[in-house]
Design a protein around this ligand. Structure first.
Ligand code: PMP
Length: 441
């Protein structure tokens, strides 16, 4: 009997024993193409020599030093590298152990910033429905994924949730993309007015919505309008790039595609590429200096802040991306994958939408393509698809909840940046066979 507390208590999972490039290998020798990097984590595949060596070298030098006493070379190097390559005015890096920690840090930093400014009445965070920002209680409160929130609802912090920017499902046919984007962005203004502008801290959003909707970018102009509204009211813009950041969309930072500046950005997953648990929160020097010149201390922290081995892995991951021009490769391979998906599923009666950016792609499965009606939740399409696709030897990330958090099915794809065109073509074939095995006859 296994004593590991698994994610799904009733499912017996294969035991994976090795990683080889884009593949995971289980103990029976079966190979699985990692088409989603777990959940957009393994961007460099599973056996990157440079990252492995960086971890080994750092472990041999210094495994841990508490950030209350020391900074370390790898933490400094990673912060420098991120800031050199970050857009806008991002200037300080807070290194944590994962995505939820990065989001919690962002929420608390944003609040403390206003306390230091002498505006303690600011306490509201506005986020979006159909979003996911992590599983710790603060991050879960910000997220709008109904299913993930449900069991913990009475314990969550009160936060506002406005409409997502999800044009496939929510834009009326007679409204232009631009008009739709402006209208849903203006929901932010309405909510700020309802709460009272002087009581709002920040707006938080994923530039490309990951786990909940399946690789949904905003329509053009949406984030520009959001930025304008935040500026009008002196409200911070927090971008959660935990899943879509670090090259995944063909930009090191996903919001580069929107041509806007963020006040705080959260990253994780691709930063450690799965080799080490690491995340980061980046903020502007204005926010940092406000705290420095105020109480001088960010009232937050975790034991493993700036962990040297994790930071050394992060440096190797980012250098590997930059030195090998992998981000441009993501753009090219992303186009190739988008075309292959379009060719295979564009006319499929149960594929409603194909979307995404770079190597971050979503496929929405529907019962009726014309009316965009999802399958009934009782059919458990996503769960069945996950089983069928695993049997094919493919790992992807199916999700259910694209409509109201409880209803609607999608598949999220996030293959390694090193995947070849042949491997991506084979992945599409495996997806197609698994889909036919899943759909009701
Ligand atoms: N934010 C986003 C956008 C995410 O996709 C996730 C993880 N799926 C998180 C936060 C939480 O990250 P972690 O699981 O590393 O805590």
């Amino acid at each position: 009997m296994s004593h590991v507390f698994p994610r799904h208590c009733h499912v017996t999972l294969p035991t994976t024993v090795a990683g080889d490039g884009c593949y995971l290998i289980d103990k029976d020798g079966k190979r699985y193409f990692d088409g989603s990097g777990g959940a957009a984590v393994s961007c460099l595949g599973h056996s990157n020599a440079r990252v492995i060596k960086a971890i080994q070298d750092q472990a041999g030098k210094l495994a841990f030093a508490h950030t209350g006493f020391f900074t370390t070379e790898p933490a400094e190097a990673l912060a420098d590298l991120l800031i050199e390559n970050a857009p806008g005015d991002l200037d300080r890096v807070y290194l944590v152990s994962g995505g939820s920690e990065a989001v919690e840090s962002a929420i608390k930093l944003a609040r403390q910033y206003f306390v230091e400014l002498g505006q303690p009445e600011r306490r509201h965070i506005i986020a979006r429905r159909q979003s996911y920002h992590g599983n710790t209680l603060g991050a879960l409160s910000a997220g709008g994924n109904a299913l993930r929130r449900e069991k913990f609802a009475p314990m969550l912090v009160e936060m506002s949730h406005i409409a997502p920017c999800y044009e496939y499902a929510e834009r009326p046919n007679d409204e232009s993309l631009e008009a739709y984007g402006q209208r849903v962005a203006n929901d932010l203004e309405t909510e700020i007015q309802r709460l009272g502008p002087e009581s709002v801290i920040a707006f938080m959003a994923e530039p490309v919505v990951g786990a909940t909707l399946g690789a949904v970018p905003a329509v053009p102009g949406y984030f520009k309008r959001v930025r304008e509204i935040c500026d009008q009211h002196g409200i911070l813009l927090i971008l959660d790039e935990v899943m879509c950041g670090m090259g995944r969309t063909g930009h090191l930072f996903a919001h580069e595609a929107e041509d806007i500046k963020a006040d705080i950005v959260c990253i994780a997953k691709g930063l450690g590429a799965g080799y080490q648990p690491i995340g980061a929160m980046l903020c502007t020097s204005h926010i940092y200096d406000t705290i420095k010149n105020g109480s001088g201390f960010f009232q937050h922290g975790h034991t493993y802040l700036g962990h040297p081995i994790a930071a050394a892995a992060g440096v190797a991951v980012v250098r590997e991306m930059l030195d090998n021009n992998l981000i441009n490769q993501v753009k090219l391979r992303g186009k190739f994958l988008a075309n292959a998906l379009e060719a295979k599923f564009g006319d499929h009666p149960n594929i409603g939408d194909l979307r995404g950016r770079g190597l971050f792609r979503g496929i929405e499965i529907v019962a009726d393509k014309k009316t965009k009606t999802p399958f009934s939740p009782g059919l458990a399409i996503s769960a069945k698809f996950k089983k069928a696709v695993l049997a094919e030897g493919l790992i992807c990330y199916p999700g259910s909840g694209t409509r109201d958090g409880k209803h609607g099915d999608h598949i999220l794809l996030a293959p390694p940046f090193i995947a070849t065109e042949e491997q991506l073509t084979e992945m599409v074939e495996m997806l197609s066979r698994a889909l036919e095995a899943t759909l009701p006859k």
